[in-house]
Each structure stands twice: as structure tokens, then as C-alpha cells.
Write a protein that binds this ligand. Sequence first.
Ligand code: AGP
Length: 364
Amino acid sequence: EAAGKAGYPHFMLKEIYEQPESLRQTIHGRVDSINSTIELEDFEDGAFTDVDHVQFVSMGTSNHAAMYAAAHLTELGIPADAYMAGEYAEAPRPTTENSLVIAVTQSGETADTLNAIRRANNAGARTLAVTNTVGSSVTRECDESLFIRAGPEIGVAASKTFTSQVIALTLLSECIAEDVNETTNPGRRAMLGELADLPGDIQQVLDETPAEEIADALFGCKSYFFLGRGSARAAALEGALKLKEISYEHAEGFAASELKHGPLALVTEETPVFGVITGEDDLKTVSNLKEVQARGAPVIVVAPASLERDLEFADYFLPIPETHSSIAGVLANIQLQLVSYHIADQLGRPIDKPRNLAKSVTVE
Ligand code: AGP
């Protein structure tokens, strides 16, 4: 086992540090940023022309990745929703083969997700698996598969697979929208240009992160909140999930807009609040963060490095390199993975195998 960790104290830390390389594998051969084209091996041009809406089904971290994709597709004019697979029985039924239901599952074995796909198959929908695991159950249940190619992930907490899911889904969403709209997203060239730099940006985060010092300052607290707007909300939810599962401390992520509708009552000087700033509507998140700070909460901001001066009010700052706003959340989550890891490490938790949890949840 020690050999498998390649000198890292935990598989999770090794997997966090593998992300520049695992992401290169995800995009390898699929993206031509010079010509602004995307080729997903099993999907010919026009493969998605008939799609009239998309439903994602997934759980946990995979559900947070699906939220990014649903937002991206919606922005490109394709109706899309991300459902928690375990709640899919309540979702509007996909009705025709033009309904595309996409299972997002690292392991390919999650019972809730497999059941949601069976329901979609029974309703006559077209089903597609986005997974890390070749030969997994989801690839047999779905009509088609796209592999995220992140390599094996041993730590129960998903890290590198999340990053690869978000990017594989971004590429898939671009292909779906291109076929349906019969035109390429005008913003694609800029996004693919930034995507080519993303492995290097991740390396910069890993090399320069202040996450360990921030974790050292915070780890005695008993409750942590994470907030963000739009796609930064998915980053906030994922930040909270990661922290709670490996540290055993209470952590909650919510939409920044929700703050004053309840969660603010919980905020004290004992509850650090993480704010994720990646988009254009984030000035409002800044004012929410000032509000919690006025109530004594330590504020930790994850944001592009260029905003550090504007965000000087924050008690701690986790910088991310400048990138396209639709993929910036990936960098924010890597900073939050590192903070969670170091808090859990300070608390002496068994990071790779948290109590009560399994790498794949095969029973509902
Ligand atoms: C992530 O850190 C968790 N271990 C968990 O939420 C996980 O993402 C979820 O169980 C879904 O797993 P899957 O991607 O294998 O379907």
C-alpha cells in the first residue's frame, strides 16, 4: 500500500496532486484548441442532432459535476437539468428517444444512479454513461459511454475524478449544443484556449497553495459554511461535501442568495465561511461575505488572483489563476480539496477510508 501512495501520506493527497496529469489524459486527443474543434471518439459529428433535452442523474460529487454541465448546456440554449439520481423518481419522465439521460458516476456502480438509468431506459430515453470505469455496470445499462480517463482513484473522497468529470462533461455539452444548434458556440475558442492551460494552472495551485496554513488556523472550529452563486454554488456544495466526509466536522454548502433566508442565523465567530468567487454575478457574494464577517465569522475567499486587492477584507485568500469563468470552479475546488485534506489531517482522521462510507455505494 505504501508503494501505491508514491511517498504521499494518503492516497487522497496523491490523487489531488495527480490532477494536472489526469486532466491531460481526459482531454488528450479530444481537443484541438487551434481549430476550436472537439472530437469525442465514439460520437460522430451530428450524433446529438435529435436531442431535445438533457437530464443528468448522479449522486454526491458526481452530482456537483453534473450541475456544471447542466448550467453550461442551459447557457448554450439546450434545456438541461441535474437530478440527484436517488430523487429521480419524482422528476418529469423522459418521453422519447430524443430525451438524453446522462448518468455521471465515477465508479459506474452507484445503485441510485443505475436505478435512475433503468427508469430512463424503460421510458424509452436515450442513455449515456459518463464514467471512469471501463466495463462497469453503468456502461452495460446505458446505450453509449464516454470515459473520463482520470485513472484509478483509491481515496473514498473523489478529487481527480471530479475535475475530469467537469471537463469531460464540458466537452460533451459543447458537442451536444453544436449538433442541436447547428453552429459552434462563439465562446468556444476562448474556453478551449484556457482549457489547454488548465493542467498548468492546476500545477500552479498545487505549488503555491496556502491551504495548509489556512487549515492550521481553522481546524478547531466545529461548523463550516461554503457559499457561491451560479456555477460557484456547485463549487461551494462540493467544498462542503469534501470537508464533512473526511474531517467529520459539520460543513454545509448553499447558494449565497440563500444566506439571509435562514443560514445567517447559524453564523458566529466559531463558523468560518468560505466564499467561492468565479463568475460575473459575484459582487453580491462579496456583500454576503461582508455580512457574515460583520457577525464575527472568519471569511475565506477563493477567487482569481487578480481580485486579491479588491477582496482584501477577507481574513484568508485562496488564489486561483485567471481562466475562463466556465472552468474556474475546477481550480476553486482544488484549493478547497487541499483545505479539507489538511483540516482532516490535523484532526488525525483516516482520510482515505472515512468511517461509514464506501467508495461506491451499491445499495440505496
Ligand atoms: C465523493 O467524495 C463521495 N465519496 C461520494 O459523494 C460519491 O461522489 C458518490 O457516492 C457518487 O459516486 P460515483 O461517482 O461512483 O457514482
